[in-house]
Design a protein around this ligand. Structure first.
Ligand code: 8YV
Length: 350
């Protein structure tokens, strides 16, 4: 991906449609606002970001976000923290467009105070994340990573028995958070012969009727689930919501699955529980710290299946995410309300 050299750059405010023509780099060939693609969003295809080129200078950042941020009108954000301190360095910023559905790394209050739109990419990735969740569930239950290693290294020697797994049929699948992604996980559960239960702040009568899923309180979910899969957003309420006490309520044969956000589960408490065989295993696509450090004890354990926060990483889905994020930026640059404002800004018009 060749970074585009910045020409003249400026800011843009939707309300006044005012183009800021100040050009500190002393280029006067263009009056276009600057769109930065953050280093954390390397998967944005250039032909998608090219659709902004009539309206803006587009720069793929390689280093850190601070580069050029003082001049940026729009930022396509990966997992970087966007808070008041960061916004202070970005006086011309009008939109922080997340490349993803979760926006726990974006301080929406600070954005609103600064009249910066915060957008995300809901819906387009729900199917891919649900597929990946099922890949983790089945990967653990049928011991796919162990079986792969066995096939490559041991099968021909026939010295050890095959890595046996466990059936899904007849098991209780617990879904914590029956939102967009949790619902897709539920839909995909239909052929597996599992009993489904969920816990969510909101009752979902139509899903209950359609898929036979039963709403239970958190304690019951923890007690009854054979496979418990987490699909809540990371908020002050959900931070650490599955700690030692909650894990202690799970069956010794239970498997904990997480493709939401690492800090929802107390990773230390989970690691201890896995060491002590308090639960059978875990299948994790997200971690408290990402990338997870090489000395994370989870990496050396065989009762876990681990993936690198890439549940949405299919060619098709990442393209749709890029198109959605770029459509949000485009709307802003054209003076329209971005279509995918985060819920807290649903009524905002800056
Ligand atoms: C992406 C995600 O990996 O959508 C989300 O919230 O966590 C993932 O789909 C991430 O957004 C890439 O920055």
């Amino acid at each position: 991906m060749t970074p585009i050299i910045i020409g003249a750059i400026g800011g843009l405010r939707t309300g006044t449609r005012l183009l800021n023509l100040i050009n500190p780099l002393n280029h006067d060939s263009s009056m276009k606002p600057l769109v930065l693609i953050s280093p954390g969003t390397l998967n944005v295809p250039e032909d998608v970001s090219d659709t902004l080129k009539e309206l803006a200078e587009v720069v793929y950042l390689k280093g850190d976000l601070d580069e050029h941020i003082t001049e940026a009108a729009a930022l396509l954000v990966g997992g970087e923290r966007i808070d008041a301190g960061f916004l202070e360095k970005a006086p011309k910023l009008g939109i922080a467009a997340r490349f993803g559905v979760g926006y726990d790394n974006v301080d929406v209050e600070a954005c609103t105070a600064r009249k910066v739109y915060a957008t995300h990419t809901p819906d387009v990735l729900s199917g891919a994340v649900a597929d990946h969740t099922w890949a983790l569930i089945l990967g653990f239950m049928r011991r796919i990573p162990a079986a792969d290693a066995y096939t490559r290294n041991e099968w021909a020697k026939r010295e050890r028995r095959l890595p046996f797994g466990w059936d899904m049929e007849g098991k209780f699948l617990g879904i914590l958070g029956l939102g967009r992604i949790g619902t897709e996980v539920l839909k995909r559960s239909q052929g597996f012969g599992v009993e489904t239960i969920y816990n969510d702040l909101v009752e979902k009568p139509s899903l209950e009727e359609r898929y036979g899923v039963r709403r239970v309180d958190l304690d019951t979910l923890l007690h009854e689930s054979d496979v418990l899969t987490v699909h809540v957003p990371l908020t002050p309420l959900t931070w650490g919501m599955i700690g030692a006490e909650e894990i202690g309520k799970m069956k010794p044969s239970a498997v904990l699955v997480n493709t939401s956000r690492g800090p929802v589960i107390d990773e230390k408490a989970l690691t201890e529980a896995l060491k002590n065989k308090q639960v059978r295993g875990a299948a994790l696509g997200v971690f408290e710290e990402e990338p997870t450090p090489l000395d994370n004890p989870l990496l050396g354990m065989d009762n876990v299946v681990l993936t690198p926060h890439h549940a949405s990483a299919t060619w098709e889905t990442r393209r749709k995410m890029a198109e959605t994020a770029v459509a949000n930026i485009k709307a802003y640059l054209e003076g329209r309300r971005p279509p995918n404002l985060v819920p807290e800004q649903r009524d905002a018009a800056f």
